[in-house]
Design a binder for this molecule. Structure first.
Ligand code: NAD
Length: 368
């Protein structure tokens, strides 16, 4: 079996703490399964500014290009608040996404049974929830030209941005959504505002065309993005995969994430063309308020690594084992502070990693 090439970028704040727990899982997989990993680690964000003077060094970018998958912690923190805007920690992450042309952002919203009470919605609405939002990440109104703020000369100013999508931009992210749906419940809901935006009309037409050409085995529905925002709160279980543009995806993915109730549990993936490396990272930031205290929940980053196994390394079997182990640990009532509940036991970041390793070992023994 070939070796999976990983680049680990722990980053700043709690990044190194949560990445240490990912390394434990990699070590366990190497010892107990047929998988083998080459894991190369370097700095990104503030840690990279300290080491290389820039938030993403050329040699690190080159290593990322040659990897099968990149696992990232988080970047940023007060230490680098004063640095020049162009070399701020976040600029390193944005450059990495751009250079690797990561156009599809995957944000799962999964409610673990043991955490059903952490959601602000009623348990019967969110129990068993498993949605995947596929957001277009490199086009749309955040990048469209012309853009700017102009002086109208009459005491008024005008701010403007351009929402723009091309056929190929829509088709490539649509294809990702349809392919993923085939491995799930085979349903895609495409969200836009075709009623009031030309770019939305084109989006709907192109998704419909692509579906007819290549994916008519997948159930496709269309929904206006504002209705989708309402339906996510009213009846989220109706969705399997939601595909949408950059702006609506930004909002809908955060809304869906909050159905699950905890930032420390949310993984994400950003994918480019098939055969190119994906970037896997927790949704949360560097949490400077708890950094260095052993309080960070490592599960979002560990679950991001599980996504890498599934989507970049073609090892969905190992991803399943990690996700089941996470369920088991939570069912045992073990919790980091952010997801603590009555009757549960509070544990540290490294104890959570150890508990996951124990659950993996236990499950393996039971299966033998
Ligand atoms: P944050 O996600 O870092 O923290 C928000 C709150 O959630 C904090 O109270 C934090 O303690 C808590 N939290 C976050 N992750 C947690 C975890 N794994 N376990 C337990 N608690 C957790 O957001 P913020 O405070 O707005 O930003 C802090 C820094 O992170 C900023 O510099 C910001 O720019 C950066 N940031 C980076 C990314 C990224 O790397 N992709 C994303 C968001 C924010």
């Amino acid at each position: 079996m070939s070796m999976h090439k990983l680049v680990l970028l722990p980053g700043d704040g709690i990044g190194p703490e949560v990445m240490a727990e990912v390394r434990k899982i990699i070590g366990w997989l190497e010892q107990n399964t047929d998988a083998s990993f080459g894991a190369w680690e370097d700095a990104l964000g503030g840690a990279s500014i300290d080491k290389y003077g820039v938030p993403l060094a050329d040699e690190v970018l080159e290593a990322c290009r040659n990897a099968d998958a990149i696992i990232m912690g988080s970047v940023g923190g007060p230490k680098w608040d004063g640095v020049d805007y162009n070399i701020r920690p976040e600029a390193g992450l944005l450059k990495l996404r751009k250079e690797l042309d990561l156009f599809a952002n995957l944000r799962p919203a999964i409610v673990f049974d043991a955490l059903v009470d952490a959601s602000t919605l009623k348990p019967e609405i969110v129990k068993g929830l498993d949605i995947l939002i596929v957001r277009e990440l490199t086009g749309g109104v955040y990048f469209g030209e012309p853009r700017g703020i102009e002086d109208l000369g009459n005491g008024e100013r005008r701010g403007f941005n351009t929402q723009t999508y091309t056929t190929s931009e829509i088709r490539r992210v649509g294809a990702v959504a349809f392919e993923l749906a085939r491995k799930r419940q085979n349903r895609v809901c495409s969200a836009e505002k075709a009623n009031v935006m030309e770019s939305g009309k084109l989006w709907r037409e192109e998704i419909t065309k692509l579906h007819g050409e290549k994916y008519d085995d997948v159930e496709l529905s269309h929904m206006y993005a504002d209705n989708c925002a309402m339906q996510l709160l009213r009846n989220p279980q109706q969705f399997d995969v939601i595909v949408t543009d950059n702006l609506f995806g930004d909002i809908l993915s955060d809304e869906a994430a909050m159905l699950t109730g905890s930032l420390g549990m949310l993984p994400s993936a950003s994918l480019g063309k098939p055969g190119t490396p994906g970037l896997y990272e927790p949704v949360h930031g560097s949490a400077p308020d708890i950094a260095g205290q052993g309080k960070a929940n490592p599960l979002a980053t560990i679950l991001s690594f599980a996504m890498a196994l599934r989507y970049s390394l073609n090892r969905g079997d190992l991803a399943d084992r990690i996700e089941t182990a996470a369920q088991d640990v939570l069912s045992q009532g073990l919790r980091t502070a952010d997801i603590m509940a009555d009757g549960c036991k509070e544990i540290s970041t490294s104890e959570m990693g150890d508990a996951l390793v124990s659950a993996l070992t236990q499950a393996m023994a039971e299966a033998a």
